[in-house]
Design a protein around this ligand. Structure first.
Ligand code: GLN
Ligand code: ZN
Length: 755
């Protein structure tokens, strides 16, 4: 049996691409050097796949920022304001991704959104009415040739036309339908070029097919692919799907002349049934996604082989594949020196998954695997006890009652009371929590980690930073202060490290967006809190000011969603365990005199099922109550904030209101404030701080710009409910731009108060 990898991580096993790109942004290296680093990485990635014996290796899965943006650029979808900057190709690309402020002009970045149900963010392409769509690049073929020159035959991967049309924002009067023909023409050109270059297989990624599809959607898909497939000649086309099953269009897909269809057997609950019910054509190749591209647990060989056997019995031609791109898992266990072998035995990162693919494909070809050492080893692993349960945790959870999920009195009463006791001005200004993580902050943390400084020295340094940060915020004139989060590497890892039940890696980075990577903890066992986590920092920070200091926690849903979850218990159960641990922290903060507590649920939307029909029955039904469990025990006057990022949550507004927080801040500046209408329509009760400026870009917003944003917000949000804040934490920003932006923001709030 042959093997296929949908896509490989690209940031570099030691984040080489991140560092090189950032050097390039700071103008410390030139384009030449950046391109060279990129080529070197691609070579490594292809070589490790080749060495592992993978048959279908992808090319064009590399990206300097994001593969959706790459595709948009390839199709010529570049809004005029970026073209007018007249920058080089590479710099125009980065301007689209990050915004640009300099000699050539001043433009914001394009919007960024979560890629389906992952923590990866893609750049949202923008189509203007007069955009001329045409094949505008050679990246897929350049990279194909590059691999070929290394002796490696690859399948170029390109995001498919249907998914691109679904993800694009249409800024003018035209809609998706108006662009289909032009886009299809470009995809035809793409196929033509592949044909000419004698490329054997092209992979079109169409994850949008796993969402609910209407009849119009299906018609649109036909309109696109009937044409593309008509003149593909002997260039084989693999339609690749992932993150779920394609129940709405399966019967169509198997009738269309695709040469291969890639299906996800892990997240696709219905995949097996679909094949059972409707069959799979013998002339096509099924790329069976059975090695998890999203989680880090070893593959259960026995289970996988039984699925493969069933398919084989149906005489289906098969290639064993990952379930999605390996982009979503770290590179390799190889650099994990601290994690003991006992634990590591259970994990497989990207590189180790290559070996799994290979072993499984060989096992699948054997009539009996019983004597195979790899098979036996895997079986022993899954037969053993991982020793990860804690009885106190399950017991406590079983005693949680309905009351524990309800905060009293009701929100409107709390809001009136809080207005009185907190004494804040109209349109209170605040930030989301973190302040710039300057070199000294990171150095302090890593020196402490490495044991080079004592705990006293570590604390003293952070206290000094906190005191400075408090002064700085007072000077800027913010109303509600934060301590700056200097003790945190990452909002989830920090809590994971302090809680029982988590495991950590040293180098297991996963790309989140652009050059930003995260190192998700692994939920190994039952989760519990051993002792207070953030209290000492918040209390110290509060001691430095008369103003209100906001306590800062990460919520249970986000902690789970940004960790690698267990596969032996349900997500619901893990989230509830974490909620109880965070509840303890909330109550301890309150007891220590903290009057306002923010519980971030940045990633609330992430595990929202891709099909709407599952939203309230398979996720929100437990995620929202878990959030309420964290704060239902506080006094009425303690103000609970929450924060969400990049979330399009227009469609789950009632659920967000149902979290029963007093205030929510969220990303809005990059999504054109569309969410505000929806808030009003849904009679949103929670006070809101839609971000007035974008912190994902170094650009400094002007006072006028933010006044305008606030005025627009005030047309939809009643004045007593509006907060003024940036759209996310400031940790990735530099000090000068943070200072300038926040001063402008405070000035904007003052101006609005006067009006
Ligand atoms: N409190 C966190 C911070 O300010 C929130 C980060 C986030 O939403 N991603 O960094
Ligand atoms: Zn955020």
């Amino acid at each position: 049996m042959k093997t296929s990898v949908i896509g490989y991580p690209r940031i570099g096993s030691l984040r080489e691409l991140k560092f090189a790109s950032e050097e390039y942004f700071r103008k410390e290296i030139g384009a030449e050097e950046l391109l060279q680093t990129a080529a070197e990485l691609r070579k490594q990635h292809w070589n490790s796949q080749k060495k592992a014996g993978i048959d279908f290796i992808s090319s064009n899965d590399f990206s300097f920022y994001d593969m959706v943006l790459d595709t948009a650029v390839l199709l010529g979808i570049v809004p005029k304001r970026y073209q007018e900057l007249k920058l080089s190709g590479l710099d125009t690309y980065f301007a689209l991704a990050r915004g640009y402020q300099g000699e050539s002009g001043d433009v914001k970045a394009l919007a960024m959104k979560k890629w389906f149900n992952t923590n990866y963010h893609y750049i949202v392409p923008e189509l203007e009415d007069d955009t001329e769509i045409s094949l505008s690049g050679t990246k897929p073929w350049d990279e194909y040739e590059e691999a070929k020159a290394l002796g490696i035959e690859t399948k170029p991967v390109i995001i498919g036309a249907y998914t691109i049309l679904k993800l694009t924002r249409y800024t003018g009067k035209k809609t998706a339908g108006d662009f289909v023909d032009d886009i299809v023409t470009v995809y035809q050109d793409i196929v033509k070029k592949c044909k000419k270059d004698q490329i054997a297989w092209v992979q079109f990624d169409e994850p949008a097919l796993v969402q609910d599809m209407s009849l119009e959607d299906i018609a649109l898909f036909h309109r696109i692919y009937d044409k593309i497939l008509a003149d593909k000649g002997n260039c084989k086309i693999l339609l690749q799907t992932y993150f779920g099953d394609v129940r709405d269009i399966y019967q169509e897909l198997i009738r269309m002349p695709f040469d291969g269809i890639g299906l996800d057997f892990l997240e696709g609950k219905e995949t097996g049934h679909l094949i059972g019910r409707y069959g799979f054509p013998q002339e096509k190749v099924l790329f069976a996604g059975l090695v998890n591209g999203k989680n880090i647990w070893k593959n259960h060989y026995e289970k996988t082989l039984s699925v493969l056997k069933e398919l084989k019995d149906k005489e289906i031609q098969m290639v064993l594949s990952t379930s999605c791109s390996l982009l979503h898992v770290p590179y390799t266990l190889q650099y994990e020196e601290k994690l003991s072998g006992e634990y590591k035995a259970y994990f497989a990162f990207a590189q180790e998954k290559l070996l799994e693919l290979k072993e499984l494909s060989e096992l699948a070809d054997q009539t009996s695997c019983q004597d195979n050492p790899a098979y036996q080893k895997n079986r022993r692993l899954f037969a053993g006890d991982r020793n990860c349960q804690k009885q106190e945790v399950t017991e406590r959870l079983s005693k949680v009652t309905d009351q524990d999920y309800t905060r009293l009195p009701k929100r409107s009463e709390r809001q009136a009371l809080q207005k009185k006791v907190l004494g804040l001005p109209e349109f209170p200004t605040t930030t989301i929590g973190s302040f710039p993580q300057t070199k000294d902050v990171k150095a302090n943390r890593s020196a402490f980690r490495r044991g080079e400084i004592t705990r006293e020295e570590y604390v003293a340094f952070n206290q000094k930073k906190i005191a400075e940060c408090v002064k700085w915020q007072e000077e800027i004139g913010l109303d509600v202060l934060v301590h700056g989060e200097y003790e945190r590497n990452d909002m989830v890892e920090y809590f994971g490290e302090a809680l029982g039940g988590f495991l950590f890696t040293e180098k297991a980075w996963v790309q989140s967006y652009g050059t930003r990577c995260v190192k998700p903890p692994i939920i190994w066992g039952d989760v519990y809190r051993e002792k207070p986590i953030t209290v000492e920092w918040s209390v110290y920070a509060q001691s430095q000011t008369e103003k209100i200091m906001k306590g800062m926690l990460t919520g249970p849903v986000t902690i789970l969603n940004w960790s690698f979850p267990r596969e032996d218990i349900s997500i619901k159960e893990s989230i509830s365990q974490i909620a109880l641990a965070i509840r303890d922290e909330v109550l301890d903060l309150e007891k220590s005199g903290i009057k306002m507590i923010q519980i971030d649920e940045a990633a609330l939307r992430e595990k929202l099922p891709l099909r709407k029909s599952d939203w309230y029955t398979e996720y929100l039904d437990f995620a929202i109550p878990a959030f309420r469990l964290t704060h239902s025990g506080v006094k009425p006057e303690t103000q609970i904030h929450t924060h969400m990022c990049y979330s399009e949550f227009t469609d789950i507004i009632p659920a967000i209101d149902d979290m029963d927080a007093d205030v929510i801040t969220f990303e809005a500046s990059r999504s054109d404030l569309q969410i505000l209408d929806a808030l009003r329509e849904n009679h949103f009760e929670t006070e809101v701080g839609p971000g007035v400026y974008d912190i994902h870009s170094p650009r400094v917003p002007s006072v006028e710009e933010m006044v305008r944003a606030l005025e627009r917000m005030l047309t939809k949000i009643s004045p007593e409910k509006l907060w003024v804040n940036p759209d996310c934490g400031l940790k990735t920003r530099g000090v000068p731009e943070t200072d300038a932006s926040l001063r402008n923001m405070v000035a904007a709030a003052k101006e609005i108060r006067q009006k």
